[in-house]
Ligand binder design. Structure first.
Ligand code: DON
Length: 312
């Protein structure tokens, strides 16, 4: 058991070092996503983990400065950016319940009249990006600017190879978007929306970048420059949806094992929030059958066990 005292730089570094050492001996790291062919080439033995403190201090272990494909992690940021603009009207277009289905499932949409269960399954994220696109004219660009500002890394960018690869294999997302459009739940032309969504998912960022960019959720809605993005209540709401929906049909098990709001992406990254205390990002490209990083979930499980930090 590691006992924490007061805030100081790199408080959790010894814990991260211990976790990296343990993970390095763990066999069976899952398999990188292969439905986006360029992601399949990543080495499943890669592992990085970073912690960002609310004051902007960031530190990590392993490949924590190596950029990877953020993918569905970006859904947290587009949700926050849209909520900040339109507030509760968003909830007339997307729900807040766990789906219990895979991230790219179509099955509930017809029963539920084209209103996706939550903003983190693909259907819900498409609705959020569509609404942000309507409000800003460039949803992916607004997202990229936000991530650059929060991470302090102006080099963050779209990965055009990943976006093109996903466009070429994008039939499922196109089907979701067209189906919701048939219910009047999509405003923009579908090719415009899909281009925005695939560029959003393609952003390459490191554990350090994403841990820092998530900081506003640990600071109860306050951005890195001290301005407010979300009300305290909205920040709580986003954290709650991460806890209940952030790892899809594995969200119950993630809450059980980790006990923190978290959001995964098929690039192998997972962000997590300890409200008021710190944010984390872990990356390892090998996924389980539900699209969550095997080593990433294990590392977060060990973090909350070793530190005693969780929301419970
Ligand atoms: O929509 C897709 O298929 C991907 N670009 C994002 C999926 C993703 O990261 C799901 N998360 N585990």
């Amino acid at each position: 058991m590691v006992i924490m005292t007061t805030t100081s730089s790199a408080t959790f570094l010894p814990v991260l070092e211990r976790i990296a050492e343990e993970i390095s001996h763990t066999p069976g790291r899952g398999r990188p996503a292969d439905y986006i062919p360029v992601l399949a080439a990543r080495d499943p033995r890669s592992f990085g983990m970073a912690v960002a403190e609310p004051d902007g201090t960031v530190y990590g272990v392993g490949d924590w400065r190596e950029p990877f494909s953020a993918q569905s992690i970006t859904k947290v940021f587009t949700l926050a950016l849209d909520l900040a603009r339109e507030g509760d009207e968003l909830w007339e277009h997307v729900g807040r319940e766990p789906s219990g289905n895979p991230f790219n499932s179509l099955v509930q949409l017809e029963y539920e009249n084209g209103i996706p269960r939550n903003p983190f399954i693909n259907a819900g994220a498409l609705v959020v990006t569509d609404r942000l696109q309507t409000r800003t004219g460039d949803a992916a660009g607004v997202l990229l600017d936000f991530l650059r500002a929060e991470s302090g890394n102006p080099a963050l960018d779209f990965d055009t190879e990943v976006a093109a690869s996903e466009t070429a294999h994008g039939d499922r997302n196109a089907a979701l978007a067209h189906f919701m459009a048939s219910y009047g739940n999509i405003d923009n032309d579908i090719p415009v929306l899909l281009d925005q969504y695939f560029r959003q998912c393609s952003i390459a960022a490191s554990c350090a970048d994403l841990a820092l960019a998530t900081g506003f959720l640990a600071r109860h809605g306050i951005r890195a420059d001290g301005s407010r993005l979300l009300s305290r209540s909205q920040a709580k709401q986003v954290n709650a949806i991460m806890l209940t929906c952030g790892t899809y049909d594995a969200a119950g098990n993630f809450a059980y094992r980790v006990g923190l709001p978290g959001k995964s992406g098929v690039g192998g990254g997972i962000i997590a929030v300890v409200p008021g205390r710190c944010t984390l990002c872990v990356w390892s490209p090998g996924l389980d059958e539900r699209g969550n990083s095997v080593a990433g979930v294990a590392a977060l499980d060990r973090f909350t066990t070793l530190t005693g930090l969780s929301i419970f």
